[in-house]
Design a protein around this ligand. Sequence first.
Ligand SMILES: Cc1cc2nc3c(=O)[nH]c(=O)nc-3n(C[C@H](O)[C@H](O)[C@H](O)COP(=O)(O)O)c2cc1C
Length: 329
Amino acid sequence: MKTRITELLGIRHPIVQGGMHYVGFAELAAAVSNSGGLGTITALTQKTAADLSNEIAKCRALTDRPFAVNLTFLPSLREPDYPGYIQAIVSAGVQVVETAGNNPARWLPMLKAHGITVIHKCTSVRHALKAQSLGVDALSIDGFECAGHPGEDDIPNMILLPRAADELSVPFVASGGMADGRSLVAALAMGADGINMGTRFVATREAPVHPRVKQAIVDATELDTRLIMRALRNTERVLTNPAVERLIEKERRLGANISFSDIAPEVAGVYPRVMLDGEVDSGAWSCGLVAGLIHDIPTVQELIDRIMSEAEQIVTGRLLPFLDRPAAA
Ligand SMILES: Cc1cc2nc3c(=O)[nH]c(=O)nc-3n(C[C@H](O)[C@H](O)[C@H](O)COP(=O)(O)O)c2cc1C
């Protein structure tokens, strides 16, 4: 399939793997890129810029195809070493960066000065327009369905994608709720140039996370995610579990008076325990509504091949016959 995104990124299929904390390691990124999509290493999971350099080198050894690095800008007590991470990206010759979490203005010039293709992920048309005006090459439009941070506007992709298509001139991928060939065709129909997936890629054989995490996603339905941290204006969509329900109870009790320290036991330092040790109930971790569409743990290659053949079957087998009207008398 050829779209503006496959052309821009030099990939075979219009399928991108979004950055994922403690999931986006070299193994997964390389598997996605080797299967014809764009894999992504998550910078902030690497403790230092030197660790990121090593992870990029590891990915290079596993694939000769393009892959990306995700740079996430979220509120934090101590700002991560963004200049160091960017230096590691530039020195390693990484061609694509996914920015997310906040306005990329501060870091964009450094990336663009080195010819890096920047895909900015955001959750509203106004933020997308802002990023476009700053000079990003593409956008990842993340609907309310998404795992992680859906923003505060709560606009699902059925509305957000056509709105984005009406306003944007740069190519964009549809993110949030994407799982299969139906998602891909629907996204293309609404004006996107491809799809970005997070949760679906966690439940694959190559995702370097504990098997209990993958099984929790397979077991979950579309009713099993919760929105947390709304009062802090840092909303996150996560999989429910006893820790998350405890956190929500605190949010109910404390209302607008809540502060980060009140919920730190359920959110701080949770990712390594969940993803590496398989303690899936130990705190809050991102998961999308799309869990309701995930029923298996295929290899990345099987998943991507299945999406592409299903998409072709939908276009030629389901949609084209709808146009098959009898000739006018
Ligand atoms: C476990 C997990 C961790 C994530 N961590 C990050 C992150 O660190 N930075 C980021 O930009 N997005 C992160 N995301 C969001 C994904 O990149 C992607 O935008 C989102 O999953 C799309 O929604 P979907 O899960 O419905 O496909 C994460 C998603 C998951 C499932």
